[in-house]
Design a protein around this ligand. Sequence first.
Ligand code: SF4
Length: 158
Amino acid sequence: MDKKITQKITVWLLPLITIGGLFFPLLGYLVLFMMISLFSLSYFRARFWCWHLCPRGAFLDIVLSKLSLKHKLPAVFSDKRFKWVIFFLFMAVFIIQFIKADKNIYTIGFVFVRMCLVTTLIAIVTGVPFISRAWCVICPMGTLQAKINSFNKKKRQV
Ligand code: SF4
């Protein structure tokens, strides 16, 4: 299916999770489902998820690109070490919140909602002055997808 069509569909999942999830935390489990999907896909096609299916990626392309000032990204964004620092920071915060949730399904759902909300806010804050997909350059999910794909000898990028 054409990227523009899939993005017009998946983009609606972002407000559903970040706004709807504030009232119905179980919507956060959609994020878990998406994480499983993107990691499975990434072995075969590194960034297929990012360019075609990711709700936040779709939001950045459809909405934020119209507001973005498109200034050049600071060099640190393309530093691999910086990307992995962001990744481990993200994972540490996620694991701490997960442990604190104490096996409560609503609280765990809200952990996913909050992570999605916070990272979306960072994506907006970085996407307005810089390129709209600035967050995607350092997104922990993107970093891990690229790593998983590196294990596939017959890999494709998108
Ligand atoms: S890099 Fe992250 S936010 Fe960007 S499209 Fe991929 S998964 Fe979505």
